[in-house]
Design a protein. Structure first.
Length: 282
């Protein structure tokens, strides 16, 4: 049994108060810092250069996840042993896992994303639910997308729910934030990326796009608001408005599920014979 004792035992301490404030968007923006909770997110943050600033850990969690605490120290983060009351005060979850990291913002300028000439991009336009935003980010990462763009009308990337829903993917691929959708589309078109708007009322069918072999080139999918989809002016910016076919009796797909289907369809097409990934890596 460990003889270590927590150094931070009062939720009123200055360090704890500073971390707790990061649950609010205005403080995150002012400090350009956000919270990453749980072993998976903290491990990813520690492995991402110059990102993890501080780590708060209960004595039990520090022992259980000694490797993560070690990685945090190696990364230069200040590690604080804290009481369970302190962790509960900082955490935004109902059942904290004993580790809460304070991280620097890590969004990427949109111009850098364009300079890298990505082959697959997810653009979130007016996505307001943080859980959906984080889940789409996770789907984009899993499908091999090379960038995600959140428009200026979308939810805060660093909302604690978005960070949790990304399950570490936030640290894996470039994400631009606050980009007007018109600017995002124009910039991507300028580097030869085809723009596909995902919409349940789209005139083009995803299966038909795949059958016709039109999805092998560089592609950006634009996903809209959870409740009302994409407005007409945004759909008009796209090269095609594509619906995911509903073969059964379901009324529709939710945003994250539709995004996963669309991104994986593009990923498969790009890796098929003649797709842009095949050309790039041949």
């Amino acid at each position: 049994m460990s003889s270590a004792s927590p150094e931070l035992i009062s939720p009123r301490s200055a360090r704890v108060s500073a971390a707790r404030r990061l649950a609010k968007r205005n403080f995150r923006g002012k400090e350009r810092l956000f919270l990453a909770e749980g072993p998976q997110a903290v491990r990813e943050a520690a492995g991402h250069k110059d990102t993890l600033v501080e780590l708060f850990a209960t004595v039990e969690a520090a022992e259980r996840y000694a490797d993560i605490v070690g990685e945090a120290r190696t990364a230069g983060a200040r590690v604080h042993l804290a009481s369970e009351d302190v962790i509960a005060d900082i955490s935004t979850t109902v059942t904290p896992q004993g580790l809460v990291g304070v991280c620097r913002f890590l969004d990427t300028p949109f111009e850098e994303i364009l300079a890298a000439r990505p082959k697959l991009v997810a653009v979130l336009a007016n996505v307001r639910d943080p859980g959906n935003a984080g889940t789409v980010l996770r789907c984009a990462d899993a499908a091999g997308a090379e960038a995600v763009v959140l428009t200026d009308a979308s939810v805060d990337l660093y909302n604690p729910k978005a960070v949790r829903a990304s399950v570490g993917s936030l640290f894996h691929l470039p994400v631009a934030v606050g980009v007007p959708v018109e600017q995002a589309v124009a910039g991507l078109k300028d580097i030869g990326v085809r723009i596909l708007a995902a919409d349940g009322a789209g005139t083009d069918d995803l299966d038909d796009e795949l059958d016709q072999g039109t999805m092998g080139g560089p592609t950006a999918w634009v996903f809209g608001n959870e409740a009302w989809g994409l407005p007409e002016e945004t759909r008009a910016l796209a090269d095609a408005v594509v619906r995911v076919p509903i073969h059964g009796k379901a009324e529709s797909l939710n945003l994250a599920t539709a995004a996963a289907v669309c991104l994986y369809a593009s990923a498969r097409a790009q890796r098929a014979s003649g797709g842009c990934r095949s050309v790039t890596h041949s």
